[in-house]
Design a protein around this ligand. Structure first.
Ligand SMILES: *Cc1c(COP(=O)(O)O)cnc(C)c1O
Length: 486
């Protein structure tokens, strides 16, 4: 393993040179009383500049990233994020803004947030927006709190249930419970879509709403969406779209037209913020007129001359984030939307769908495809055909790493066994997709001829196969010299 920077330290080595100080003067009690001064030296690693640089470059190489190679993690949209958006987000005018500035002193930032909100409304077809939520899951929670406020405001207090398909992302039931609802699971059809009869059966005057991902988590468009919306609305419920993955819809479908009342968008998936390292993200929520009165404050308004904060929403659910949300993620999304324009955004969605179908057409030759249809921006295959050789999806995924590629999302969604959810995204070229396909096909051959190589993979990564149960149960991120203690 790579040594810690502290272990590489050699006393006296330096990566800087500064003029010498008059130490006496600085250590006098006049400047800082002795009880506030350190008694011993700060324990910092001492290295030359080149050793510091080597250390961090080495660490960066242990990681896998989109700048290395294809990252087809279904549902996560690990597309390449243009560097120009990073550049824009690093401008001092954005990074040095103080959140307590008066409106007059930050008109540019307000304009950016206002216009980003307007763009998201245009993209989704909705009339109201809040940029505050810091993630997709917090967007869900916000949307569900809006549902609750809406029903309560109408005196409709019996509505305690949220219906959710069994293919949903795990955050959907979690957000529902945190928002105070009970979850009712709706079974999927054998074709991978919501079972409409089942939905009808569970929809009644206790239904607060239905949460749906569309395209759903098996990569298919819910083609009965208008019927589904009608069923839910007829029984007094509201429609929530989990729009974490907007990559298939840009400029092609307006979620509001499908009958949804509310949705969140993961800016860190579709709109160019690198993610996967724990944040920061951003999950703006868009709503129609029914829910707009309950949106978080402040709302940002524009009277044709000046941008202002509007706190005057008597029915608001309040704030869901300090200040305005994760502002620099807004900057990236704004920049990305302007760079691409309406036509460019549509092109993104078209290309992501074409790329997914191209890769699917190659992989379905050897991997099992549970739902035999064209896909949207991602597709589901499984390791079922390889099971007879004694290997699982996990072994296939580990083996992919040996070829310098990242694995797809595995074992999600839960409605099929041995799932692999593959999302190549629009930023991959045909050549890269061909390479990925040939690796996956080779692994299928290996499963037959030499399953051992899959069972013991990965062989070429900095860390070999970890015991993931132990790693999850006995997590210990503290450093101990020698053996890690449990
Ligand atoms: C990523 C994702 C979420 C959760 O988003 P976070 O920002 O990670 O909280 C919810 N639903 C779907 C379908 C997703 O892909």
């Amino acid at each position: 393993m790579e040594k810690l920077i502290f272990e590489k330290s050699v006393k006296g080595r330096k990566a800087y040179s500064l003029p010498s100080l008059n130490y006496e003067e600085f250590s006098s009690d006049k400047l800082l009383p002795s009880n506030l001064r350190r008694a011993s030296e700060l324990n910092l690693p001492e290295l030359s500049e080149v050793e510091v640089v080597r250390h961090f470059v080495k660490l960066s190489k242990l990681n896998y990233c989109i700048e290395d190679n294809v990252y087809p993690l279904g549902s996560c949209t690990m597309k390449y994020n243009p560097k120009v958006n990073e550049k824009v987000a690093s401008f001092d005018g954005f990074t040095a803004l103080h959140p307590h500035l008066d409106e007059d002193a930050c008109q540019g930032a307000l304009q950016l947030m206002y216009e980003l909100g307007e763009s998201l409304k245009k993209i989704t077809g909705f009339s109201g927006v809040t940029l505050q939520p810091a993630s997709g899951s917090q967007g869900e929670l916000t949307g569900l709190l809006l549902f609750r406020a809406y029903h309560q405001d109408r005196g409709d207090t019996k509505r305690t249930k949220i219906l959710i398909p069994d293919s949903a992302h795990g955050t959907n039931p979690a957000s529902s419970v945190i928002a105070g609802f009970q979850v009712v699971t709706i079974k999927s059809d054998p074709d991978g879509r919501v079972n409409v009869d089942e939905l009808r059966k569970y929809c009644d005057d206790t239904t607060a709403g239905f949460m749906l991902t569309n395209p759903n988590t098996v990569g298919l468009f819910e083609k009965h969406i208008l019927e589904i919306s009608e069923i839910i609305h007829n029984c007094g419920g509201l429609m929530y779209l989990d729009g974490a993955n907007l990559n298939a819809l840009l400029g092609i479908v307006y979620p509001a037209d499908m009958g949804f009342d509310c949705m969140h968008i993961n800016l860190h998936k579709t709109f160019s913020t690198p993610h996967g390292g724990g944040g920061p993200g951003s999950g703006p929520v868009c709503v129609n007129d029914k829910l707009a009165p309950y949106l978080p404050v402040p709302q940002i308004t524009f009277d044709g001359k000046k941008y202002s904060f509007n706190y005057n929403l008597p029915k608001t659910i309040g704030k869901v984030h300090s200040f305005f949300g994760n502002f620099l993620v807004f900057v990236r999304a704004y920049s990305y939307i302007l760079m691409n324009g309406t036509e460019g955004l549509k092109q993104i969605s078209k290309a992501s769908i074409i790329n997914a179908n191209y890769l699917l057409s190659k992989l379905k030759e050897v991997y099992f495809q549970p739902f035999k249809e064209y896909c949207m921006h991602e597709f589901l295959i499984t390791g079922d055909n390889q099971k007879k050789f004694g290997v699982t999806t996990k072994d296939i995924a580990k083996r992919i790493l040996d070829f310098g590629f990242y694995a797809p999302t595995i074992y999600f969604p839960l409605i099929v066994h041995e799932a692999m959810l593959v999302e190549p995204t629009e930023t991959e070229s045909k050549e890269r997709l061909d390479e990925y396909a040939s690796v996956m096909l080779q692994i299928a051959k290996e499963a037959e001829s030499n399953p051992e190589i899959l069972l013991t993979a990965p062989h070429n990564t900095p860390v070999r196969r970890v015991d993931d149960a132990r790693a999850a149960r006995l997590i210990n991120v503290n450093y101990f010299k020698g053996e890690a203690k449990e």
